[in-house]
Design a protein around this ligand. Sequence first.
Ligand code: HEM
Length: 770
Amino acid sequence: MKLLLIAICLSVLAFVSHADERQNSFHQNVQNLLKSRQQHGLQYHHSASDLNEHYKYPSQAEPGAANSLPNSRDRWIGVKMSAKLYGPGKKHIRLLGENQQQNNKGNEINKESYPGSESTETISNSRKSPTCSCTKFLSIFNDARTITSMRRVNERNLQASGFIMQDDDIGYTEPGANLINSGAENRNAETITTVAGLLRDREDIDVNSILNYAKCLHCRNLTLTSHSKYRSIDGFGNNLKNPFWGTSGTPFSRFGAKAYEDGIHSIRKSVMGNDLPSPRKIVTKVLLQAQKANPPTQTPNTLINMLVLYLTHDMAFQAPIEGSYDNENIRCCSNRNKNVLAPEFSHSACLPVTVPENDPFYRKANVKCLNMVRAQQSSSPCTLQNGEILNKATSYIDHSIVYGSEDLDTRKIRTFSSGKLRIPSNKVLPTDRFGNYLQSSLRLAVAPIGAVWPSIFARNHNKLAEGLAAVNPQWDDETLFQEARRINIAIFHSGIFSGRIIETIFKKRINETYKENFDASTSLEFSTAYRIGHFYLQPEMLLIDETGTTEKVPHSETLGRLDLVENYFEATVRGLLQQPVNYLNYSEEIFNRFAKNKDGMGLDLLSIDIQRGRDHGLPTFLDARRKSGFKADFKTFDDLTEIFPQHNVELLKSVYEDVEDIDLYVGAMLETFSSLDEVLVGETLGYVIGHQYQRSVGGDVYFYTHKVNPHPFTDSQIHAIDSFTFNHLICQNTNVEFVPKNWLIVESPTNPRVACRDYTRFDFQPFAMT
Ligand code: HEM
């Protein structure tokens, strides 16, 4: 008996010490991987140029460095709109109100039934404006083209003489920014924006009427007579009358009217006529100090935050304007971010964030400027839209992160055998034949946790292709590929809408039938709304092995490190399932250390979010509330106590000059902070999100439940799709052992874990073609 006990004790000890060893080796392996500073595909800083230092940072740049943002367009076309129209310091809120009535897609805004919206209204341009002939217009168009090319030459020269980002600068590169031949697209759109300025300055023509001159281009609007059986990769042809709606490489739509100071593309000012406060000041004085409601009792996990990230990047891809030379980024700040570059050394696309002197973090390194480059512009074919922003992704919910947004990309990652995508065993996403990931998918994996969902859906594609081949041996590669893609997209649609994910986290029920007049293009406000995900991010990536041993890695250490997910995929998924979203305050990883340099100084992503909103010409917070049908007639800051706690009102008062100045992102975050106990976004963003999803579902003829779908699913197929929940999806495409019953809420006694083996495979029988 004694011997038996000793044997048991020894084996327990051996097990424990073995478990210790395993824990230690998991820890050691993760640490070794992190030390190996091997970068995977992403670059945050540029390799040092071999140019002489003197040329890189001309000494005269420092004294002349501007305190306020250079208004680049002023230098080229002499736009001095605010002074000309409104006079300095004069309130022009009425005029902005009138401009608001303009809709970027034409003159008619269709306000269909959605809470707070009115019936259809036709907008006419109330201002009587002079006109010009097509001959005159075309001559102005040519001048604009010359101005745009001259500007390019000047900027190329600046970059050739060293005005590019360097290793030590604080800044980052958006992977895939140069996709979809966007350089040319952006140049054309910039020309149109320049035309708007010239028409107004030379001919006194109202910028809102520039659309009328599209007829001078003799461009024939394309319409289609029938749909293709499968949705195209780039979204083209989904809407027969407007085949470009939602296509990659066309502009974002707008929920509200665009708010540029000159109505064209220059940055909004305070209604008092001064520059708006620095975004960084707003971050440190308002967002980081704001009072918040308590978190709810049931907390969503980080895996749902990653799904929202995946979903938005499927629908939205804005990117900063590219430098003239490969791998060289436009520089907007002087050496080591000491100051904003003087206008004569600054690219016209520069829109850096000024950092106040007394900044709690940056002052120790004397940083006064954060690099930011304006977004690429776009104009829909056969229209003359000025100041619109390019969306490089298809707007449709169609897994563009996995399949790409253009045919060329998709062809690179297909094996052209059995309908499958190429996913090498040591990779998490589809690759080209050289083992490289697509740039369009890399941008989601800036932080490696972002790679989990695209990986799950890419694996699922191959599982679907295998299952379909088993029940339809007669199908060729093309049919297998298209059918697997079609079902993979349907599973996504079903999970989000029928599976009520959207309803659970945003309290919106979306159940639209197809409407031909719905433009599914993603709105800029929608993609801004989802930047709230930056608040919900925890400071660390969690890696949890099968014994429960947990490794925590700060996000700023993980950027570009796809090798972490490649080596520890399951540990990453367990970490995401078990890590609650952050409810406390923004993480420093996001507001001080994003893409940090070797001294640990990084960008402030929240300042970029605010500045990006100004770059995109988003409506102000109150204008967005007005558009959503919520109360917005707040005359003073104190009136805002109706929607915000007094503390938060005081914070706003300390930075903004007027209630009408409040940026959408800032007001919407404060609304969100007040409703944390109930829902993940406040009422305005909730409305914007609902408005978008109505179009995403109602404007997508291929949506999986639509009867008008050119290749509709049968009822039994829809049943198979709906029965394959996200729990099934996670379990079938990873090797994790358990998922919480409601996968998006962290495990608890009321949300217990369920073994993955309990989830059945996808039912292929309804897809067998006899
Ligand atoms: C995992 C860490 C994350 C990092 C490092 C990151 C980084 C970034 C960066 C660098 C941008 C572009 C900023 C600009 O130039 O305007 C961006 C945009 C954005 N981010 Fe994040 N982000 C993260 C997580 C998230 C999450 C969790 C969400 C949502 C749940 C989210 C939603 C968005 C959206 C919607 C945009 C705009 C996308 C577009 O319009 O193209 N991000 N993010």
